[in-house]
Each structure stands twice: as structure tokens, then as C-alpha cells.
Design a protein around this ligand. Structure first.
Ligand SMILES: C[S@@+](CC[C@H](N)C(=O)[O-])C[C@H]1O[C@@H](n2cnc3c(N)ncnc32)[C@H](O)[C@@H]1O
Length: 231
């Protein structure tokens, strides 16, 4: 199946449109079905940055509940982390931010296009970047430019994306059965077609020397890529 990137409806709807609100709720259910929180937490704990990062950014963080779920697992190992939730839209509630604070993590929201990602004073080794259901939004050329930015800023990067394969595509057509709305059903099929297989993300990483790259299928529906700086 050839990779095909098409617009997703959730990206074009105003954040407070009821269809978008419903779809963001669906996304939590879809992430639960995909086991995304467990898969990313395992990747971060087992093969993640050697030392705990000082700062973690999620690209395309949505309403922040995915990262909050990760924080519930990681906070005991990585206390006092500073996190940035970056997204095109302002979706993160004050309740979600308070929940980060309850776990001892300081969370900040940045509303920006990822290609205008504001600069942070450099501490590359202490910076980890994650993405969940995000990289597949971009055509290869833009994705290569984004990975270049990531490689200049972070000592560790991990992304969990849809796996572009027959089984995830089949299942993406059945999301109505778990109550997902038309926006989610549309975007799920588009996302799988724009997803990844093989070593496609590694092939777009700028300069692999000095990095340990890993890329593989994860769970039943996902594709995992990670990059760890080795020098
Ligand atoms: C499928 S959602 C995933 C949200 C979250 N990671 C999760 O798993 O719940 C993709 C998110 O990427 C954001 N997004 C899309 N294009 C973006 C861009 N160019 N810059 C920043 N965020 C973007 C959308 O607003 C949306 O919240």
C-alpha cells in the first residue's frame, strides 16, 4: 500500500465545534484500544533516554490527556519533569494542567504550528520529544524537515504512529462500532493510509551517525520509531 497523506477533518474544525469535541473524546478511546499509552511508556522506560530527561515536549499533543496518561506511569521514575504540550489548537483544559501539577510535573501549553516551534535555550541531552498519532500528518519532504528540527533539539525522540497495513486499515473502518463519530471514522482511515511501515521514518532521519535508530511494528495497529543520541 503506497503512503497517501490527505487532510484530516479534525485539523480543520474549530476546537469548540461539537464534532471536534466528540472526535477528541473518541481519540481517547481509540488510543485505549490501540494500547498507545502502554506502548509508548514501555518504549520510554525500556529503550528511552539513559538518564531521566529534564524536559519533555509532546508534538501535536491534542487535549493533553494522552501525555497525562503517560505522566501517571512515568512520574514516579521521572519526578519533577517540565513538559511542553505543543499543538496547533488550544485544547488543554486547566483541569488537565492541574492534574500534571498533582503528579509533580510542570506543564506548559504552546499553541503553534510545529514548523514554528519556538526555540528553547539548548540542553539537547536533557530534552526528550514524543509524538503520538502525529507524524503521519506530513508528506515525506515536510516530515524530513521536522525530523531535522527534532534532531537538533532533542537527545531522544520517540513516535507512535498508525501502521500502514491491511489489518489496521480494516479495523479503522469499524470505529463506528465503538461509537466514534464521522470525523473520527474519516480521519482514522486517512491516518492509516498516511501511516508507516518498514523503515520509512528512519530513512527520513537527517544524519544517522551519532544516533541509535529503532523502528518496528508495535501492538496490533501501531508503528514505533525512536532515535537516541549516542554522542
Ligand atoms: C490525531 S491528533 C493526536 C493528539 C494526541 N497526540 C493524542 O494522541 O491524543 C493530532 C494532533 O496534531 C495536531 N496538529 C496537526 N498538525 C499540526 C501542526 N502542523 N502543528 C502542531 N500541531 C498539529 C492537531 O491539532 C491534533 O491535535
Amino acid at each position: 500500500m503506497k503512503r497517501l497523506v490527505q487532510p484530516e477533518w479534525l485539523d480543520t474544525l474549530p476546537p469548540d465545534d461539537p464534532r471536534a469535541v466528540h472526535s477528541r473524546r473518541d481519540l481517547r478511546r481509540v488510543n485505549a484500544w490501540m494500547g498507545s499509552r502502554r506502548l509508548l511508556a514501555q518504549a520510554l522506560i525500556k529503550d528511552g533516554p539513559g538518564d531521566p530527561p529534564r524536559h519533555l515536549t509532546e508534538l501535536g499533543a491534542g487535549d493533553g490527556t494522552f501525555l497525562l496518561g503517560l505522566a501517571q506511569i512515568l512520574a514516579p521514575r521521572w519526578p519533577g519533569l517540565e513538559v511542553t504540550l505543543l499543538d496547533l489548537h488550544e485544547n488543554v483544559s486547566s483541569r488537565t494542567l492541574d492534574a500534571f501539577a498533582d503528579l509533580g510535573w510542570r506543564a506548559k501549553v504552546v499553541v503553534a504550528d510545529v514548523f514554528d516551534w519556538p526555540d528553547r535555550a539548548g540542553d539537547q541531552a536533557g530534552e526528550a520529544v514524543i509524538a503520538n498519532l502525529f507524524l503521519h500528518h506530513f508528506e515525506n519532504a515536510r516530515l524530513a524537515a521536522l525530523l531535522q528540527q527534532v534532531s537538533l533539539r532533542a537527545g531522544y525522540f520517540v513516535a507512535l504512529e498508525p501502521r500502514r497495513a491491511a489489518w489496521p486499515l480494516f479495523c479503522s473502518r469499524w470505529l463506528g462500532a465503538i461509537g466514534c463519530n464521522a470525523v473520527t471514522r474519516h480521519d482514522a482511515v486517512v491516518s492509516v493510509r498516511a501511516g508507516f511501515s518498514g523503515h520509512e521514518i528512519s530513512g527520513l532521519w537527517p544524519d544517522p551517525s551519532g544516533w541509535e535508530l529503532a523502528e518496528r511494528p508495535a501492538g496490533s495497529f501501531s508503528h514505533l520509531f525512536s532515535a537516541r543520541k549516542t554522542k
